[in-house]
Design a protein around this ligand. Structure first.
Ligand SMILES: [Zn+2]
Length: 76
């Protein structure tokens, strides 16, 4: 389970809703997911994913691995 802090533990900045880019290197290929909803530190850019988002990304990654996709670039 991901615990999303109320303040950035790295720089103490405010955490705001935003988007991030997720990348996974599967060795057989690479998956890039853009516009992933995330909570992002307004100061240092560190990001946190909610559990449901992380599960979606895991499913996408597993499918790409099973299909031996060389490069998948999608937008959430
Ligand atoms: Zn920060």
């Amino acid at each position: 389970m991901t615990h999303i802090p109320s303040k950035c533990p790295f720089c103490g900045g405010n955490i705001e809703k935003g988007t991030t880019t997720f990348t996974a290197d599967l060795q057989t290929g690479v998956v890039v997911v853009r516009n992933v909803p995330a909570l992002v530190c307004s100061q240092c850019g560190e990001d946190w994913l909610e559990d449901s988002t992380a599960e979606n990304l895991e499913a996408i990654t597993q499918r790409a691995r099973a299909q031996k996709t060389q490069l998948e670039m999608i937008s959430m």
